[in-house]
Ligand binder design. Structure first.
Ligand code: EPU
Length: 344
């Protein structure tokens, strides 16, 4: 049976380390917990917010909707096909621990997504991606409970409508679904994916063109740790903006004017520009607003400077900084950067 707690501090439940509280919070440890919560007439109709690891969240005040803190655990092999292992994890499992577990079981395929903060349940919402692999490339299906009707549903990849840091859970099912379990299809004939520039460079440096899954895992961990701040040390939500996707006409001028601009050509002919480069070019690295700052090593990551200043950043400072960055990138390049985390 679920238990409601009042005025729960959320600082340790959001990786930015922002001080705020949940007016009401319920830990959801099983599908039964959510079913009984939805059977309660008062709670059934209350506005709700689903909280995973809080790694993609900016809190701008206390959270008034009922917070559902997902703590559904468990990792298992659920099926085997001729080509795949189908593995499942409870939504509350920490993502990185699940990646490590799959490697320990000799079922590789998720190693490029190592060290991404957050939970398994949050991973499909923004279709997490890193170093040449997106969640949708390894996804099988997921179960969720409709927070309005209480019904459970299973969705395959097509029904999840995955896009770049995007899914149906940011649109039609926004605030309407609680993901309980996620399944991944991992190829039995593992193939390394090391084409991303940083990985390719490391493979060449180590003279290792046929790495093992464990090597790729170690390389990804090393690259991430060197570039991205550890949220346990300096609060952050990873990339704060999406990389903008432009048509060749839209970015022709920018590329001609600034031949150093970092971009990737997409299969559909469009270009994905590195938001980090655009922000860096506007001189934001290391600058900030109050106790919120731009990471000195990676311009796409906003950090909580609380460790340095002794005062944790507020959500208001983070959003003021984000808006100032958006304005300067727009004024210089005519590009509107889109904020990646959920702002509450
Ligand atoms: N760059 C700069 N200045 C900087 C940082 C980077 O000019 O301060 C340049 C780099 O030199 C590089 C380019 O920008 O040419 C891209 O940088 P990076 O390889 O670090 O990747 P990214 O595009 O900034 C994306 C994801 C990350 C993911 C990495 C690796 C988004 C929004 N971000 O970052 O995902 O880890 O690729 O695949 O797509 C996240 O979503 O939270 C996240 C960390």
């Amino acid at each position: 049976m679920f238990k409601i707690e009042a005025n729960v501090p959320l600082q340790s439940h959001n990786t930015f380390g922002i001080i705020a509280k949940a007016l009401q919070l319920v830990g959801i440890e099983s599908t039964n917990d959510i079913s009984s919560l939805l059977a309660d007439p008062t709670l059934a109709n209350a506005p709700k917010f689903v909280l995973g690891g809080g790694s993609n969240l900016v809190l701008t005040g206390d959270v008034k909707p009922l917070v559902l803190k997902v703590e559904i655990m468990g990792k298992r092999l659920v099926a085997e096909t001729a080509k795949h292992f189908i593995v499942e994890a409870g939504a509350g499992e920490p993502w990185h621990d699940f990646v490590v577990w799959t490697l320990d079981q000799n079922m590789p395929g998720l190693e490029n997504l190592a060290l991404i903060p957050g939970t398994v349940g949050a991973s499909p919402v923004q279709n997490i991606g890193a170093y040449g692999v997106e969640l949708q490339d390894r996804f099988d299906s997921l179960d969720y409970i409709d927070l309005v009707t209480g019904e459970s549903h299973t969705l395959d990849a097509a029904a999840c409508e995955f896009g770049y840091r995007d899914s149906v859970f940011k649109h039609a099912l926004h605030d309407k679904a609680l993901i309980t379990h996620v399944r991944f299809a991992l190829l039995k004939t593992w193939q390394h994916e090391i084409s991303y520039a940083d990985l390719d460079k490391l493979a060449k440096k180590k003279n290792e063109q046929q790495p093992t899954p464990r090597m790729v895992f170690d390389w990804v961990c090393a690259i991430r740790s060197a570039k991205l701040p550890n949220p346990k040390v300096d609060g952050n939500t990873g990339s704060f903006f999406k990389n903008p996707v432009l048509t060749p006409e839209q970015c022709k001028d920018i590329i001609e004017r600034d031949p150093h601009v970092a971009f990737y050509k997409l299969l559909d002919g469009n270009f994905k520009l590195a938001a980090a480069w655009l922000i860096d070019a506007c001189g934001w690295k290391g600058r900030g607003v109050g106790n919120a700052g731009v990471h000195p090593n990676h311009a796409l990551v906003l950090i909580n400077k609380g460790r340095e200043t002794g005062v944790p950043a507020t959500g208001g400072e983070v959003m003021t900084l984000a808006k100032a960055i958006q304005t300067s990138v727009y004024e210089r390049f005519g590009i509107k950067l889109e904020i990646e985390p959920v702002v509450l």
